[in-house]
Write a protein that binds this ligand. Sequence first.
Ligand SMILES: Nc1ncnc2c1ncn2[C@@H]1O[C@H](COP(=O)(O)OP(=O)(O)OP(=O)(O)O)[C@@H](O)[C@H]1O
Ligand SMILES: [Mg+2]
Length: 281
Amino acid sequence: MIAIEPEPHAPAKSEGKALLIEGLSVGFGGLLALDQVSLTAFQRETVGVIGPNGAGKTTLFNIICGFVGADSGQVSYGGISLLERHHPHDLTKLGIARTLQGVGLFAGLTLLENVMAGAQAGLRSDIASAFLGLWRSSREERRLALRARELLDELGVGAYARYLPAALPFAVQKSAALARALIAEPSLLLLDEPASGLSNDEMDELATMIRGLRSRMGILLVEHHMDLVMSVCDRIVVLDFGRVIADGTPESVRSNPEVATAYLGDEIDKSSGHSQAFDDA
Ligand SMILES: Nc1ncnc2c1ncn2[C@@H]1O[C@H](COP(=O)(O)OP(=O)(O)OP(=O)(O)O)[C@@H](O)[C@H]1O
Ligand SMILES: [Mg+2]
């Protein structure tokens, strides 16, 4: 029998925690939103999850986060099953953080408070206020406020720390949402359409930032903007009608005929500029 050597980068990838999804299915009424989905994301790997509107991308995130239950299959992170009744609050402890499709900041909290609230994932807005109230003048609250301010500064929006979200440009709100996900120092970060609504320049900044995070955590990136996905992802998984139709390097996905037929058409060849179909998403 021939011994097969692991590929050179395999040991580094297998270090740390991995997200393992196997045979995951979930239906809503008659609709199969995810159909036998399997994928893995290793620590320090950036995995893109793409697919047309309604393909099941957000549902996949919702299952990982415990917002939606699965009908069958396995989802684990670091060897711990995420399907066995974990509460979204437990995510922080597990090292998982996410940003929501849209922005999802608490309207009644300043940017700084929103980011601080991210230290405890899954809080409702009223509870978040009370929670921050409890911390007031404690050492922990000061430490968190300092860290929240640092993150907002790193993302270039520290000047808005004391403002309520509604008064601020969309891109600033999105940066704050990202800071809120990062304050818990996750080892796995789930980003649901972080580029939607951003200008090209803002998207470039986002790409730089995502690349900067790669050495610290695994990232699952749901995105319609192909330039961004192609430029930051190590691997891309393509969903179509809840099924994985491709899983490979950006190059292999770009040249995969099934992907082209099912979803991307000639859009994917336009590596500069954004496809109208994606921008409308
Ligand atoms: N809670 C729910 N109840 C019923 N149907 C749902 C629910 N959540 C999602 N769906 C349906 O499941 C399918 C997958 O939706 P999902 O939001 O995961 O798609 P998506 O890939 O994130 O799409 P988009 O790119 O538009 O964000 C869609 O047909 C959607 O209407
Ligand atoms: Mg979605």
